[in-house]
Design a protein around this ligand. Structure first.
Ligand code: ATP
Ligand code: MG
Ligand code: FE
Length: 339
């Protein structure tokens, strides 16, 4: 089986070709950091235009890298949401047009399912069910992954996502954009114990996450400490909160033999190694995708396409793009935030 995957939900344009036996034949990616950096965040209109310009050449390059033609793919998988609607539409409409042109099925992929299943691309031994900590730019959730399309949300954030907290803290500290890698680099040079910061919801009986208070505390401490000490202390507080909440969830799902982390924040070394220690302490296996598979890419979309296509899940060409699309639609909104 051979699937072409397309990703355009935020500020990465990407195309990849992945086989049913987990070979990534090609993965091409065009970031837009330079276009958005002057604004300190992703500007939706700029992102959509950049996707239009970048996507077709990337698809051509990916096909050339893999040495295949469009007629050889079994299906075309495109992100259909959630994300910035202008960008999502660029990838989805392109996927539909290609599918129609070569008479192949379309698989409309939930971007979050791309993140959620990505560890099964890099680790052939990862079986369902597993406990997933999904930590990305727009999400911070604990999910019991029971199968393809079967997600039970155990926790979410009541305010900011984990990646959002990294990005806002980086902006506050003048470390630049994108924020996560910048904070991680600065943190290496600082003392994680230098700045006393809160651990929102740590030890709480409710299962959820909160990061807004942490960011405000960094803002208040800003004038009295170096950016490096602030970055290191902030990162340590985030790791502490992630560990505490994940430990609670591990106790709630003894059926999950493996703890998995995915999403852009899973590229953070401190986060990965702390979670690995937690899994070991709880007698669970730990799986984290390689760094390039954590942040947005099209290989994870192609892989979700592989899994869905293998399960017989294809979509009609009139399927709409969705700006919001929860993985667990039955989960309640929490204090009006964090679906
Ligand atoms: P979502 O997947 O929720 O729709 P997104 O696609 O924008 O959001 P991802 O690409 O999965 O998010 O992840 C990007 C986020 O990951 C950003 O917030 C970024 O700061 C964060 N991030 C990336 N690398 C690191 C790192 N090394 N340390 C901490 N955070 C990181
Ligand atoms: Mg990005
Ligand atoms: Fe993402």
């Amino acid at each position: 089986m051979l699937i072409l995957g397309l990703e355009s939900s935020c500020d990465e344009t990407a195309a990849a070709l992945v086989t049913g036996d987990r070979r990534v034949l090609a993965h091409r990616l065009a970031g837009q950091e330079a276009a958005h950096a002057p604004y300190g965040g992703v500007v939706p209109e700029i992102a959509a235009r950049a996707h239009v310009e970048a996507l077709e050449p990337l698809i051509a390059a990916a096909l050339a890298d893999a040495g295949v033609t469009l007629h050889q793919v079994d299906a075309i998988a495109a992100t259909a949401g959630p994300g910035l609607i202008g960008g999502v539409m660029v990838g989805l409409v392109t996927g539909k047009a290609l599918a129609h042109a070569v008479g192949k099925p379309l698989v409309a992929v939930n971007h979050l399912e791309g993140h959620a299943l990505s560890p099964r691309l890099s680790d052939p031994d990862l079986e369902f069910p597993y406990l997933l900590l999904l930590v990305s730019g727009g999400h911070c959730q604990l999910l019991l992954v029971e199968g393809v399309g079967r997600y039970r949300r155990l926790a979410t954030t009541i305010d900011d996502a984990a990646g959002e907290a990294f990005d806002k803290t980086a902006k506050l500290l003048g470390l630049g954009f994108p924020g996560g890698p910048a904070v991680e680099r600065a943190a290496l040079l600082g003392n994680p114990k230098a700045v006393p910061l809160p651990r929102p919801l740590k030890g709480s009986a409710e299962p959820h996450f909160s990061f807004a208070g942490l960011k405000s505390a960094v803002a208040r401490a800003k004038d009295d400490h170096s950016p490096e000490d602030l970055a290191a202390s902030f990162q340590a507080a985030v790791v502490d909160c992630l560990l505490d909440r994940t430990a609670r969830a591990l106790d709630a799902v003894p059926e999950a033999a493996t703890l998995v982390v995915a999403g852009g924040v899973a590229a953070n070394t401190a986060v990965r190694s702390a979670l690995e220690g937690l899994a070991t302490a709880h007698g669970r296996r730990f799986v984290a995708p390689p760094l390039w598979l954590c942040t947005d890419n099209a290989a994870m979309i192609a892989w979700a396409g592989v899994e869905r296509f293998a399960a017989g899940l294809t979509d009609p060409l009139d399927i709409p793009a969705r700006p919001r699309w929860p993985l667990d639609p039955s989960a309640e909104a929490v204090r009006g935030a964090g679906v």
